[in-house]
Design a protein around this ligand. Structure first.
Ligand code: NDP
Length: 483
């Protein structure tokens, strides 16, 4: 059934002059809903009320914040089956991944609920006599959250939860491809005891509404996840107002498979890392760097595994790969298939648009061999179910190839050698590194982020999130002597 979703501004649900139609990428005849597109005046209203609401929330008792975040988290967890289905319906990831994402979103809120109660400062004596120093964190203020469609609930939650936990107001512009998940999360947040206007949902196009938000001098901090190109533009706009910025962008993650690797583990890691979420993950391993001694055996098993993956409707039983998110993304993916062939790669399987019972954006997972690290398909983020194998002759060459990229979010190694795993872990230039595990798949209680073009600003998630969502105050106190 088609839903109608409105923006949530100043504690009220608000319609707009324009609605956006949201269709299911697994079944284009299925309209998920129509979603209000906020105008600049509504955005301005959200920013106006957020300021006062933040002052009130920043002074609120920690128990109130703890209870609100815990309730949001527990609701998400208890409703993960229902909301996961909605998420999969609009985004296209298999149902189990959608349900898992909503459950994980709940865990971000319950984790940061507990962080509310762990806010400690420092106390010091001054270098001057009879003066004490108190160092503590305060909310940064009004936080703009701009989130992508590939993890429509999890990415937003790992930003919104710490923002609220540390006493900030939020103005959230979700991706226009996934508004249903945004409205569902907002309904849960709106049901809590929060000051009116503390949390605002403004839906609209990134280039128009998002850009206006980014340029607003009314925001104190801006956290973004999406493409490098948009991230660069956002940083340039925000810096004009000296707005604090945090960016999580693309990557070109590599999985190194060494000559001593357990091949079953290596293939399982590659299939999961390259094709999970239809390859639409910033942690996806689209470069598979394989030692020549195991290259042929690995590739043979990988192709068998890729061909066996079931590509179908996200909500059908047994689907392992859903459709890609949009016609635009499908077109871009198929262009990369052509580019790989033009660059001289050998297509071993997949890479074709396919039809299923319902009309959708389906393509089969592709494996390319004979690729070189200098090729564009190994330099640019594709966000597609496409894996390119690069053959190397030694561990040193594998490490050098993994590091030869402008990005640096995640990396992985499959080896049975503790010495090589340790050396790799210490010398690879990525923010996250996986040993005998897929490059995708991270926890919620530890930092997440990368190097190079992948990230800008302080780390997200876990205790490290406090750095972005707070500012530090150093107080000097001369109490005098008692009479
Ligand atoms: P974008 O970077 O365009 O979108 C991410 C978010 O930013 C969306 O909410 C978008 O709005 C918004 N946005 C876009 N332009 C602006 C702007 N000028 N000012 C403020 N906000 C803006 O990614 P796409 O969705 O277009 O995907 C394109 C490619 O980006 C993918 O193929 C992939 O390579 C990469 N990507 C990487 C992600 C990651 O996790 N690293 C996540 C998503 C994409 P809206 O889309 O609603 O108009």
């Amino acid at each position: 059934m088609a839903q109608k979703g409105w923006n949530y501004i100043a504690g009220e649900w608000m319609p707009a002059a324009d609605d956006l139609e949201n269709r299911n990428p697994s079944d284009l005849s299925d309209v998920v809903g129509y979603y209000a597109q906020a105008d600049a005046r509504q955005l301005e209203r959200a920013l106006e009320v957020a300021r006062d609401a933040q002052t009130e929330w920043g002074r609120s008792g920690l128990e109130q914040r703890y209870k609100a975040l815990m309730a949001i988290g527990e609701t998400l967890i208890s409703r993960s089956a229902e909301l996961g289905e909605l998420l999969s319906r609009e985004e296209g990831k298999p149902r189990a991944e959608g349900v898992g994402e909503v459950y994980r979103s709940g865990q971000f809120f319950t984790y940061f609920a507990a962080e509310v109660l762990r806010q400690m400062g420092d106390a010091a004596d001054s270098v001057r006599e009879s003066i004490e120093i108190d160092v503590r964190r305060e909310p940064v203020g009004v936080v703009a959250v701009i989130s992508p469609w590939n993890f429509p609930m999890a990415t937003a939650s790992w930003k919104i939860a710490p923002a609220l936990a540390f006493g900030n107001a939020v103005v959230w512009k979700p991706a226009n491809l996934t508004p249903a998940s945004a409205v569902a999360l907002t309904e849960i947040i709106a049901a809590q005891d929060l000051p009116k206007g503390l949390f605002n949902l403004v839906m609209g196009s990134g280039r128009a509404l998002g850009q206006t938000l980014v340029e607003s001098p009314r925001i104190d901090a801006l956290t973004f996840t999406g493409s490098v190109e948009v991230g660069r533009g956002i940083a340039a706009s925000a810096i004009g107002n000296l707005t604090k910025v945090q960016l999580e962008m693309g990557s070109k993650n590599a999985l190194a498979v060494l000559d001593d690797a357990d091949l079953e583990t290596a293939v399982a890691c590659a299939l999961n890392g390259a094709f999970g979420g239809t390859g639409q993950k910033c942690t996806a391993s689209s470069r598979l760097i394989v030692h020549e001694a195991v290259h042929d055996a690995f590739v043979e098993k990988l192709v068998t595994g890729a061909k066996a993956l079931k590509v179908d409707h996200a909500l059908s039983e047994g689907t392992q790969i859903g459709p890609v998110v949009s016609a635009q993304q499908l077109g871009a993916n198929l262009n990369y298939i052509d580019l790989a062939k033009t660059e001289g790669c050998e297509l071993l399987c997949g890479g074709e648009r396919v039809e299923r019972e319902t009309e959708g954006y389906y393509m089969t997972p592709a494996v390319f061999a004979n690729s070189a690290n200098a090729m564009r398909v190994n330099r640019e983020e594709m966000f597609a179910p496409i894996a390119c194998v690069i053959k190397v002759g030694s561990y040193d060459e594998a490490l050098a190839t993994v590091n030869d990229t402008n990005f640096g979010l995640t990396s992985g190694i499959v080896t049975q050698s503790l010495a090589r795993a340790t050396h790799f872990r210490r010398n690879v230039r990525t923010g996250c590194v996986m040993v005998n595990l897929p490059t995708a798949g991270t926890d919620y209680h530890v930092p997440f982020g990368g190097r190079g073009d992948s990230s800008y600003g302080s780390r997200e998630q876990g205790p490290y999130a406090v750095e972005f969502y707070t500012t530090v105050k150093t107080a000097y106190i001369s109490a005098g002597l008692p009479e």
